[in-house]
Design a protein around this ligand. Structure first.
Ligand SMILES: Cc1cc2nc3c(=O)[nH]c(=O)nc-3n(C[C@H](O)[C@H](O)[C@H](O)COP(=O)(O)OP(=O)(O)OC[C@H]3O[C@@H](n4cnc5c(N)ncnc54)[C@H](O)[C@@H]3O)c2cc1C
Length: 391
């Protein structure tokens, strides 16, 4: 399994991008003796999950709030080699008609909004009475109006989706709003996954632990194009945008971007929950307060406002059929690249959460190195591994 010393004077793997996709693969491959160079054009590791302390000393997520949640024991167990966890259940309120109401819509949302006192089964009956029949659920609008009717759709979804995507929900794939369920009970958690926790000392520390292996070299502030011809490597793992890899030869894949406005406030707490959505007012979609998410104690607090925009870093693939077709053309070309494997959110033009990217990267590792065994073993410099009971 071990590479013979000096048998190859370069890197076994050149990994483009030090986000979840790149870091998981770097760690796994290094752990089975491969020599890995991981490059990122940004000045830091962690990709969009990167976190850092701001000037006030508050841990923030520069690329917007990242909440870890998964139903995969394998993914959680894998990451637990590199971090301890802080249990955290994210909660979101939506500012609607002058009230802050639980999101996803639940029993309390409807009762408070309309001044009712329904119970769970009465709410089911209410939803059924206001739901609009839709023959074939195709769009984001169809998903919502067919479940909870037009008024809740207008108040909670329509404006938010238009701001977020600059498209009406009737023009967007059903998958966008299908991610936001509605509930007849009083569960106010944003996610219901079996594992919901934040890395105890932050994502960046977790990534540092993953990449702390003698077989891994990290180069930051480096576009792979500036080094790929000078440093010998056998196989590339590419986690950047797939259209950029192919010089946009079929055209640009549309992405939605965000402008983040970070602010430190001279008070201990600014919001009642980790995130408040603004579906109908202001140019931003939501505001989040990091201390809820990280659990940090501090006399001040830092928040971030998210302003959707067309230009800027590629964040969200836009789920429309013609974009899926364009992505499929690039994916077909990607298949024919013998020495390159495309992994992650941007390289596969998919709206993946962090845990899905970790799962995808672990699978790619098994495909690339089938003889390495199911998990490729424990990380050789792993931090003390917490039991699941600690979560
Ligand atoms: C605002 C926002 C909030 C999110 N919140 C959550 C959340 O709460 N929970 C959740 O599970 N997921 C969340 N996500 C999704 C999460 O960010 C992604 O699943 C994850 O970051 C994807 O990892 P990745 O490695 O595929 O891509 P990335 O993290 O984007 O990493 C790709 C890296 O490749 C680098 N790169 C690109 N091109 C080049 C090049 N030419 N040369 C060198 N380097 C290059 C980039 O600089 C980047 O660092 C959120 C995403 C966004 C945008």
């Amino acid at each position: 399994m071990e590479t013979t010393p000096n048998a190859f004077s370069g890197y076994d793997y050149l990994i483009v991008g030090a986000g979840f996709a790149g870091a998981v693969l770097a760690e796994r491959l290094a752990n089975v003796g491969r020599r890995v160079l991981i490059v990122d054009k940004r000045p830091h590791i962690g990709g969009n999950a990167y976190d850092r302390y701001d000037d006030a000393g508050i841990l923030i997520h520069p690329y917007g709030p990242h909440i870890f949640h998964t139903n995969s024991a394998a993914v959680f167990d894998y990451l637990s080699q590199f971090t301890q966890w802080r249990p955290y259940q994210h909660r979101v309120l939506a500012s609607v008609d002058g009230q802050l109401l639980p999101m996803p819509i639940n029993l309390d949302t409807v009762n408070s909004l309309y001044g009712l006192s329904l119970n769970a089964s009465e709410l089911e009956a209410y939803f059924a009475s206001v739901a609009e029949p839709v023959e074939q659920v195709r769009t984001s609008e169809d998903v919502v109006v067919s479940k909870v009717g037009r008024d809740l759709y207008n108040k909670f979804f329509k404006g938010y989706t238009r701001k977020q995507w600059a498209l009406d929900p009737s023009e967007l794939d059903a998958s966008v709003t299908a991610r936001v369920p509605t509930r007849a009970n009083r569960d106010s958690r944003y996610f219901t996954d079996s594992y919901q926790a934040m890395p105890l000392h932050g994502y960046t520390r977790m990534f540092e632990n993953m990449l702390a292996h003698p077989n891994i070299s990290v180069m930051l502030n480096t576009d792979y194009r500036s080094i790929q011809e000078f440093l010998p490597w056998r196989h590339m793992i590419y986690t950047g945008p797939v259209d950029a890899f192919f010089d946009f030869k079929y055209g640009k894949l549309p992405y939605r971007s965000l402008r983040f406005e970070h602010m430190t406030l001279p008070q201990e707490q600014a919001l009642p929950t980790g995130t408040v959505n603004h579906p109908n007012d202001y140019a931003y979609t939501r505001v989040s307060e990091f201390k809820h998410i990280t659990g940090q104690q501090h006399p001040q607090t830092s928040v971030v406002y998210e302003y959707p925009q067309a230009e800027g870093d590629p964040y969200y693939p836009v789920p429309r059929p013609e974009n899926a077709e364009l992505a499929a053309r690039y994916a077909a070309d990607a298949e024919t690249e013998p020495n390159v494997t495309f992994v992650g959110r941007l390289a596969t033009y998919r709206y993946y959460n962090m845990d899905q990217v970790v799962a995808q990267a672990l699978k790619v590792f098994r495909d690339l190195e089938p003889e390495a065994g199911e998990q490729g073993g424990q990380h050789s410099t792993a931090v003390a591994r917490p039991t699941l009971a600690e979560v």
